[in-house]
Design a protein around this ligand. Structure first.
Ligand SMILES: NC(=O)c1ccc[n+]([C@@H]2O[C@H](COP(=O)([O-])OP(=O)(O)OC[C@H]3O[C@@H](n4cnc5c(N)ncnc54)[C@H](OP(=O)(O)O)[C@@H]3O)[C@@H](O)[C@H]2O)c1
Length: 170
C-alpha cells in the first residue's frame, strides 16, 4: 500500500480542515498517481474536498459512524477493513489520523516536500524515520508560480523491501 501526502519541513499537513498550500503541479501529479487506484481516506479529508468524491477512483472513507454515507463513496468502519476492501494497489490519501495508523502498514511513501514551515498547522504527518524508510527517487526542486514556494517529490520505500528489491546497494 502506498501513502501519498504533501508535507512541509515541519511535517505539517493541514490547517482548519484544508491543506497548507494548493500547488497546481502537485495536484496534477496527485491525480496522475492516484487515477484508477482505490483511495482510502479519513472522513474529515473526504469532507474537505470541494467537489465531492474524486472521479475515476473508488473513494473509500473511514468513519466510526455506521450511518455515514455520501453519494459516490464507500464507507468502512476501520482502516483495516478499508484496506482489505481496497486491495494491494490501495493508496492512502490522508489525513493526519489515517496516515498515523497507515504508516506502519505502508510499503511506499510518495511525498511532496514543501520547502516551508507552518507553525500554525493543526494536522501533521508522522515522522519519516530514516531507519525504516529509504529515499529511492528525488525530483529537482521546482517553484510554485502562484505562492512562490519551492517543492519537490520524494519517493520512499520501506528499507528492507527496497534493499531486497535492489533499489539500493546497501
Ligand atoms: N497535505 C496533505 O497531503 C493532506 C492530505 C489529506 C488531508 N490533509 C489535511 O488533513 C486534515 C484532515 O486530517 P485529520 O487528521 O483531521 O482527519 P482524517 O484523518 O482525514 O479523518 C479523521 C476521521 O476519520 C475517521 N477515523 C479515523 N481513524 C479511524 C479508525 N481507526 N476507525 C474508524 N474511523 C476512523 C473518523 O471519522 P468519524 O469522526 O466519522 O468517526 C475521524 O474523525 C485536513 O486539514 C486536510 O486538509 C492534508
Amino acid at each position: 500500500m502506498t501513502i501519498i501526502a504533501a508535507i512541509t519541513r515541519d511535517y505539517a499537513l493541514g490547517r482548519a480542515g484544508d491543506t497548507i498550500y494548493h500547488i497546481s503541479a502537485d495536484l496534477r501529479r496527485f491525480k496522475q498517481l492516484t487515477m484508477g487506484h482505490p483511495l482510502v481516506m479519513g472522513r474529515l479529508t473526504f469532507e474537505s474536498f470541494p467537489n465531492g468524491p474524486l472521479p475515476g477512483r473508488r473513494n473509500i472513507v473511514v468513519s466510526r459512524n455506521p450511518r455515514y454515507e455520501a453519494e459516490g463513496i464507500e464507507t468502512q468502519p476501520s482502516l483495516a477493513q478499508a484496506l482489505a476492501s481496497a486491495g494491494s494497489d490501495a493508496m492512502v490519501i490522508g489525513g493526519g489520523q489515517i496516515y498515523a495508523q497507515a504508516m506502519p502498514l505502508a510499503d511506499v511513501l510518495e511525498i511532496t516536500e514543501i520547502d516551508a514551515t507552518a507553525p500554525d498547522a493543526d494536522t501533521h504527518f508522522p515522522v519519516i524515520d530514516p531507519a525504516d524508510w529509504l529515499p529511492v527517487g528525488t525530483s529537482p526542486w521546482e517553484t510554485d508560480p502562484r505562492s512562490g514556494v519551492r517543492f519537490r517529490y520524494v519517493r520512499y520505500e520501506r528499507r528492507e523491501k527496497a534493499i531486497l528489491a535492489g533499489s539500493h546497494p546497501a
